[in-house]
Design a protein around this ligand. Structure first.
Ligand SMILES: CC(C)(COP(=O)(O)OP(=O)(O)OC[C@H]1O[C@@H](n2cnc3c(N)ncnc32)[C@H](O)[C@@H]1OP(=O)(O)O)[C@@H](O)C(=O)NCCC(=O)NCCS
Length: 165
């Protein structure tokens, strides 16, 4: 299954994946339209791609996108849920429902972590926010992310990016 860098043309698909991340527990809590109108949610994708943004997209062999992971630096006065510091990009991850449980999420995360180390200004740490009960925490822990704090009902997790800094 090919994984390629995320590009400007992937913006609509990344919004779909942001919706999957917000609706991780299977309830359709938010539509893309609602997220695009939410002042907090838009922080993860408004203006994609900004100069420092980076991400990866997984595709079927036919070229259909099925999952993505990306990371963005956010300012302290408009942080994400998993904010740690302005120089620690926060990542978002999701795989479309029909394609889960086949290793794509892990492959995307490994590709995103490699991309972090290869940025022009190398990214030494990545953060994320994972809500209580989301089994994705097992994936993050197995990749080396550790708990760095709490925000509401979510853990903030941080990874020291291997090969960076
Ligand atoms: C989290 C997500 C991206 C994982 O993608 P995936 O392709 O299903 O994951 P993989 O097949 O690569 O599995 C990786 C690990 O995830 C863990 N995992 C993730 N979701 C799981 C679930 N629902 N049930 C059991 N294990 C799960 C497993 O520990 C698995 O470990 P393994 O590789 O040792 O088997 C996907 O389930 C998803 O899109 N979920 C909804 C959105 C979401 O939660 N995003 C993250 C928000 S913090």
């Amino acid at each position: 299954m090919p994984v390629r860098p995320a590009a400007a043309r992937d913006a609509d698909f990344l919004w779909d994946i942001l919706r999957e991340a917000y609706n991780w527990n299977g309830e359709q809590r938010f539509t893309v339209e609602e997220l695009a109108a939410d002042p907090h949610a838009v922080r993860y994708l408004a203006g994609w791609p900004r100069t420092d943004d980076f991400g990866v997209v997984a595709e079927t062999d036919a070229g259909e996108p099925i999952g993505a992971a990306w990371a963005r630096r956010l300012p302290e006065d408009e942080p994400g849920y998993g904010f740690v510091a302005t120089d620690v990009p926060e990542l978002t991850l999701g795989v479309l429902p029909g394609h889960r449980g086949r290793g794509h999420g892990r492959t995307l995360m490994e590709a995103l972590i490699r991309a972090a180390a290869e940025q022009p200004e190398p990214v030494t740490r990545l953060s994320l926010s994972v809500e209580d009960g989301n089994p994705a925490v097992r994936l993050y822990t197995s990749l080396g992310f550790t708990r760095a704090g709490r925000n509401g009902g979510s853990d903030t997790m941080v990874l020291d990016v291997p090969g960076a800094g």
